[in-house]
Design a protein around this ligand. Structure first.
Ligand code: FMN
Length: 139
């Protein structure tokens, strides 16, 4: 049934410390397991010292999570692109699980998906946001 309390939050931020590969994996694992267990959809990527994250789900679940994320000392300069009520979960349709964007292929896939849904203004905005990250896809 449609949930009338679904929200989409999107932000980007700067890393404060360069995490080791193991610490980065631990952060990705923690995020994936928590988010999947709580029906939170979206994407998480880390490229060139920046994080970009989209979280979608029930406000009652994503609000407290987002508060924890905002206080996390592993990043700073959090720039919120949007935080608003949504009728449809864009990322649930992309992938029924929370997605970590790790490879150039992952980034191409997400970009293609957003491009093909550009009639949805949120996807259009996200595609434009992702564009600078595409430059780093071969790094
Ligand atoms: C950029 C960034 C994004 C994060 N995204 C998530 C996330 O999507 N889900 C999650 O459970 N934790 C995420 N975290 C970790 C949380 O900030 C926090 O460490 C985690 O919720 C564990 O909190 P706890 O130690 O109080 O259990 C993220 C951290 C950072 C730095």
């Amino acid at each position: 049934m449609e949930n009338h309390n679904n929200y989409t939050i999107c932000y980007f931020s700067d890393e404060t410390v360069t995490l080791s590969e193991a610490d980065m994996e631990a952060l990705f694992d923690k995020s994936t397991s928590f988010n999947n267990a709580h029906n939170i959809y979206g994407i998480f990527l880390h490229i060139a010292g920046k994080y970009l994250q989209i979280l979608e789900g029930d406000k009652a679940v994503i609000d407290p999570l987002y508060s924890r994320i905002l206080e996390d000392s592993r990043h700073k300069n959090i720039y919120e692109v949007f935080n608003k009520k949504t009728d449809s979960l864009i990322f649930k349709e992309y992938n029924s699980k929370f997605s970590i964007i790790k490879t150039a292929e992952d980034l191409d896939d997400i970009n293609r998906y957003l491009e093909s849904n550009r009639y949805d203004s949120r996807c259009d905005k996200l595609a434009r946001l992702l564009a600078p990250f595409m430059m780093f896809r071969e790094v």
